[in-house]
Design a protein around this ligand. Sequence first.
Ligand code: SF4
Ligand code: MG
Length: 336
Amino acid sequence: SDSFLSVRDLFVHFTTEDGIVKAVDGLSFDLERGQTLGIVGESGSGKSVTNLSILGLHNKKSTSIDGEILLDGKELVNATESEMERLRGNKMAMIFQDSLTALSPYYTVGRQISEPFRKHTGASKKEARDRAIEMLTKVGIPHAKQRVDDYPHQFSGGMRQRAMIAMSLVCNPSLLIADEPTTALDVTVQAQILDLLKDLQQEFGSAIVMITHDLGVVANMADDILVMYAGRAVERGSVREVLKAPQHPYTWGLLGSMPRLSGDVDEPLLPIPGSPPSLLNPPTGCAFHPRCAFTDKVPGDACATERPVLPTGRAAACHLSAEQKQQVYIETIQPR
Ligand code: SF4
Ligand code: MG
């Protein structure tokens, strides 16, 4: 594949005292330059782990990774730590959920933005400081010239998130990975930060992987959606296709608990019963089968015994027929 980011048959397994956790279990996806992919799923679906492995930030001792991650043609799974260090913060950067994880309390905000810039570009202290002020201005920090010498605790939560975005973008990365970037913020600030990210993406042309459990964020930000369940991709398509006519029973459940975009109260239509499976011992066949209300529509016991594949393009990994995937959705969910 000649996609900008191409993940092929990725397996990420952790060794724990209790056994092997199959956090990512055969995942493939592609992302083009300047596009946004929303990776959606409950916690424990493998979405965060996937992205830590792309960045090479997983625990090397307890993790085994198999498969292929190609960034602009460069293989990352077998890259050395120093190669990864050169890429991180430079060609690819991460925005975390909690700015306090990313920002050190001991250094000024300006220093934390200018340091990666100096490291990757060899800029002088003065140039890097100017760049930090420029970036703080870009992310909407008022009086950036003065605020550049503040410490993170002198910033509000929303401002810290903006400063972290400035830090992530300072080297103009072509891949930005945002893990629940607005979950910790109140709704108004959330919307501002998402708008800011969209503007900056336009300006910098970055590809974004947006990891979230919030379909509202995806609807607003992403071009494509990848729905994950138990470390596997279960549905893929454009935002429009997936939100308008989802094909996988798990996605139906997720959409059932999606707040209406009109801002009405959250009204679960089809809450997903049960809880996410143990990744120590994932269910056989379709990992969703213990929670799925549609297994009786599939002949035999295929749901419990045969792992459904996710075909390429617009698709869902489910044994239901193409017609059933449409019909079931219309019968059970459409009227709302
Ligand atoms: Fe449900 Fe079977 Fe489809 Fe899995 S394969 S989502 S268990 S109908
Ligand atoms: Mg997570």
